[in-house]
Design a protein around this ligand. Structure first.
Ligand code: FMN
Length: 237
């Protein structure tokens, strides 16, 4: 693990603030350019999320081509909705329910709230830009290789360096609470029936998260797919 002890004479690493706002974004719902879309097969990161932080992350490949909103977007922490297509062999697989309208029982994406980090993880000093998603749902097993889609609904904060692991963990836990509270509002919640734990009717258009998989064009297997303009286009890694 890379430690982040500040160099003598440099300013100390920022500490977490217990006074951070827990609700982000207007009550009217996500504002442009959000929601932004991203999708791809879950890839392995360095594995520190589960082991060191106790906060597992599912990574998506970040396309390096430009122009691309994900290479241009500020590094930082974002929140929104994720959908995941688990195989029937996964212990958390839930058989198809009619509300999800999949094309077949094996194509049942499930929606969960998420927080994610896009950037270089200054605490760990990564050299490549990564997109790491923490899904706010307790999974009993990994799901590398599974299809994941993201509707990124808003920006929470810039990514930071920290004096220690505890401060990073505390800030990520606050990010999770921000996501829960912000997404718990009507205009930010998926329409009724799309999100399994949903008691109240939401108004956010999340249909894309549940759309059946389209056939993968040759040579595009496992690449990140994204758009930021409301249409759908494939990213080229
Ligand atoms: C919601 C969230 C916020 C994060 N914020 C930061 C941050 O401010 N600074 C940072 O260096 N890393 C941040 N990270 C990234 C974690 O350090 C990263 O997930 C961890 O290094 C695990 O990555 P790995 O599994 O690829 O090893 C954040 C991750 C998440 C999910």
């Amino acid at each position: 693990m890379t430690t982040t002890t500040p160099a003598p004479g440099s300013s100390p690493a920022p500490t977490t603030s217990s006074k951070r706002p827990l609700v982000i974004g207007p009550p009217e719902g996500p504002e442009p350019p959000y929601p932004l879309r991203m999708e791809g097969k879950v890839i392995k990161g360095f594995g520190r999320g589960s082991k060191e932080l106790g906060i597992p992350t599912a990574n998506l490949p970040v396309p390096t081509h430009t122009p691309s909103w994900i290479t241009d977007i500020p590094s930082g922490v974002y929140f929104g909705w994720a959908s995941l297509l688990l195989p029937p062999s996964h212990p958390d697989y839930i058989p198809h329910s009619p509300t999800n309208s999949p094309s077949s029982p094996s194509e049942a994406f499930k929606i969960h709230p998420m927080v994610m980090s896009i950037g270089y993880n200054p605490f760990y000093k990564n050299t490549l830009r990564s997109a790491e998603v923490h899904i706010l749902h307790p999974f009993s097993s990994d799901f590398y290789g599974c299809e994941m889609r993201l509707l990124i609904a808003g920006f929470i904060r810039q990514e930071k360096d920290y004096a220690g692991l505890d401060a990073l963990i505390e800030d990520i836990n606050t990010d999770c609470e921000v996501a829960r509270q912000s997404l718990g509002r009507g205009k930010w919640m998926p329409r009724r029936g799309l999100y399994k734990d949903q008691g109240e009717a939401g108004e956010m258009d999340c249909e894309w998260l549940l759309r059946p998989l389209s056939p993968t064009p040759e040579g595009k297997e496992g690449e990140g797919v994204e758009n930021g303009d409301g249409g759908e286009k494939k990213g080229e890694a």
